[in-house]
Design a protein around this ligand. Structure first.
Ligand code: C2E
Ligand code: MG
Ligand code: MG
Length: 435
């Protein structure tokens, strides 16, 4: 297809906005006269604003040119491509139905994602994609707008994914704000995932009668001899969507660990942290089942800890994923309760079996009597809803006494044990048994 030279964008050599409109018009007319389908992909590079801010506009332009070149090399004989914004492209492909469009979107993500270098820093570009398939009553703007809206939904879900027009979920509230340090952490997380830099540590949760009710699996990340703390890498993983892969890894490792403990005659649950981004995926229950099968472990030995960000919007998909887990016999714990987004109104709607009171209430005990009253009230409420009450982060005997008086069932904290690797955990259990 030939277009006017003045409709080409100088940075990428693709059609510019006007050119895109003409292209869309031409392809739509052709699709309608031949009776073929037509797919539109609206691509938006994730975190481009931060790349611009970190590397300057020249760096940003170089980055766009590199990404555009990848698209050109792999697609120019199959698709018409245009640049519709600073970091936004449309790509139109005739004769693609919905199934093949989804395959194509995955292919587009693969084309863009290989690592590239910008001013000595390695970056893994990711992209959010909106897909629209031409419908009989679409006009040119309407068709483009549908793809754009689907792209915005993909972005709101954390980016690095595609959404098909018409299936956009309720708007989420995740912002994407990466600075240079975060880009580096993201890169290290990829390295850790690929080179075995991830590990789970375990921290016991102890009932007042001394029984170990569960051990919580906590992820550790070590790259090139450097430890990165979860408080740094978990938020980056959440923002980039990488948490889904990390979470799947954690689920499988945690399930395998539960099996090992049960084989060693240690009867306790393993609690695994699950992020909101994992639970909003309709495929989560399949991932869960796959982990159970791979680890060959009884679901009764597992618990899922749901982080507070889940409370931002509890969609039907989340509800259904949680119901599947409960039906299997997996326990559900509400983590960090009492801070952030956790909300009393939502408590009644979640099939949770455990309530974990946030460390913020515990660390001010026993002196803060108001905090004590809040803990007591939350413990009572949780119990009335049939949940086990856990207090997180107890470090002193005075705190344990206050928590016992407030009516909690279990305590997790440095006073009993810090998180430790699996070998140390087995020794810890052995030493306790010998007492
Ligand atoms: P969390 O799930 O609330 O885990 C408890 C955190 O409190 C852990 O921090 C633990 O080391 C810390 N902690 C426990 N007892 C004490 C204490 O007595 N004093 C103090 N100061 N801290 C205590 P950690 O391991 O740094 O993990 C931080 C958070 O990272 C976790 O909070 C969890 O939200 C997240 N996280 C860790 N692993 C995973 C994972 O596999 N998946 C997901 N989605 N999130 C994870
Ligand atoms: Mg937790
Ligand atoms: Mg917690």
């Amino acid at each position: 297809m030939k277009y006017l030279l003045n409709q080409l964008d100088p940075t990428t050599g693709f059609l510019d906005r006007n050119g895109c409109l003409n292209m869309a018009n031409d392809l739509m007319t052709r699709a309608r006269t031949t009776g073929q389908s037509l797919a539109m992909f609206w691509l938006d590079i994730d975190r481009f604003k931060q790349i611009n801010e970190s590397f300057g506009y020249l760096g940003g332009d170089n980055f766009i040119a590199l990404v555009a070149n990848r698209l050109k090399c792999k697609l120019s004989n199959r698709a018409e491509i245009g640049r519709v914004g600073a970091d936004e492209f449309v790509c139109m492909v005739p004769n693609l139905d919905l199934v093949r469009s989804e395959q194509m979107a995955t292919e587009l993500m693969r084309i863009i994602e290989p690592e590239l270098e910008l001013s000595g820093i390695r970056i893994r570009p990711t992209v959010s994609i909106g897909i629209a398939i031409l419908e009989p009553d679409d006009d040119t703007f309407g068709f483009l707008e549908r793809a754009d809206r689907a792209k915005t939904a993909a972005k709101k879900q954390g980016g690095n994914r595609y959404v098909i027009s018409g299936s956009e979920p309720l708007p989420g509230r995740l912002g994407i704000m990466l600075v240079r340090e975060e880009l580096e952490i993201e890169n290290k997380l990829h390295t850790a995932l690929e080179n075995g830099g991830l590990q789970l540590h375990y921290q016991p949760i102890i009932a007042l009668d001394g029984k170990v009710q569960a051990v919580e699996a906590l992820m550790r990340c070590r790259v090139n001899g450097e430890n990165i703390t979860p408080t740094k890498f978990i938020p980056v993983a959440e923002k980039t969507g990488l948490i889904v892969r990390l979470g799947e890894w954690s689920l499988l490792q945690g399930a395998r660990h539960a099996r090992c403990m049960s084989d060693a005659g240690i009867i306790t649950k393993t609690a695994i942290n699950v992020s909101r981004l994992q639970l909003v995926d309709p495929k989560f229950s399949q991932v869960l089942n796959a982990a159970l099968i791979c680890a060959d472990v009884s679901p009764k030995l597992l618990e899922l800890e749901l982080t507070e960000s889940l409370f931002m919007d509890i969609s039907d998909t989340v509800q259904s994923n949680l119901r599947v887990a409960r039906k299997l016999g997996i326990g559900l714990a509400i983590d960090d309760f009492g801070t952030g987004y956790s909300c009393l109104a939502n408590l009644k709607d979640l099939p949770a079996t455990k309530l974990k009171l946030d460390r913020a209430f515990v660390c001010v005990l026993p002196h803060d009597r108001r905090a004590f009253s809040v803990v007591k009230a939350m413990a009572q409420l949780g119990k009335e809803l049939g949940m086990i009450i856990v207090a997180e982060g107890a470090e002193t005997t005075e705190q344990v006494e206050a928590l016992t008086e407030a009516g909690v069932d279990c305590i997790q904290g440095y006073i009993y044990a810090k998180p430790m690797d699996d070998i140390s955990l087995f020794s810890w259990f052995k030493e306790r048994a010998a007492l």
